[in-house]
Write a protein that binds this ligand. Structure first.
Ligand SMILES: [Zn+2]
Length: 215
């Protein structure tokens, strides 16, 4: 994909954040690693998604300098940069304020593995990153720590973040996390959700990855 095509993709998925109810207003942010791996593109700060044009997308290097663009990049640029630096396998990051995952994050509890499919997608439960103020280096550090080698993390009293090899996968992980969070919340209404044991999680994570999908 060319840089222009990636900018279009970021805009398209930004609008989908609103359409799918994963964010409202100017909440959340999206970034994609440059194909040359010398930086990343990120959504601008405080512009409603439907109003964002390709010129508004900011290109930054991994030291935090703006390489291209006149807009102020997302307030969470430190967090995106820290993840790209820590995780060479991650090419796209979607940060949301999705309602139900945020409800779990408001309890500052980790998201336990209560569904087989969750284990297949995320490889086990997800951590809730320690609280720090929006846009700070501390939040960036906590989120990298909470994410570990998974593709999802909760942000205490704030929201969620998913990563992926592509923007499509990162966005899909956010949608899947939200659907799972709904199941988790409802399970609490019905009774006490049973958390899958570590032995089952390890077996399922390995086994399902082999058995599921097209060969
Ligand atoms: Zn946020």
């Amino acid at each position: 994909m060319t840089k222009d095509q990636i900018k279009q993709e970021i805009i398209r998925y930004g609008n989908m954040l609103i359409e799918k109810g994963l964010c409202t207003g100017t909440g959340g942010n999206i970034s994609v690693r440059l194909p040359e791996n010398n930086g990343f593109m990120i959504t601008p700060s405080g512009i409603p998604y439907p109003a964002i044009t390709p010129e508004d997308i900011v290109v930054m290097d991994f030291d935090g300098n703006i390489i291209e663009g006149k807009r102020t990049p997302s307030i969470e640029r430190n967090m995106h940069r820290a993840i790209f630096n820590a995780r060479p396998d991650v090419n796209a990051i979607v940060h949301t304020h999705q309602n139900l995952a945020s409800a779990v994050a408001a309890t500052r509890q980790d998201f336990p593995p209560i569904l087989d499919a969750f284990v297949a997608v995320f490889g086990g439960g997800l951590k809730c990153a320690k609280y720090a103020s929006i846009g700070t280096e501390d939040l960036a550090k906590n989120v990298v720590e909470g994410l570990g080698n998974r593709n999802g993390v909760l942000l205490a009293n704030h929201g969620a973040l998913c990563t992926g090899k592509t923007l499509d996968l990162a966005f899909g992980n956010c949608e899947f996390l939200e659907a799972s969070a709904m199941t988790y919340c409802f399970a609490h209404i019905i009774g006490k959700p049973v958390v899958l044991g570590q032995d089952v999680v390890e077996k399922e994570a390995k086994d399902l990855a082999k058995r599921y999908g097209q060969r």
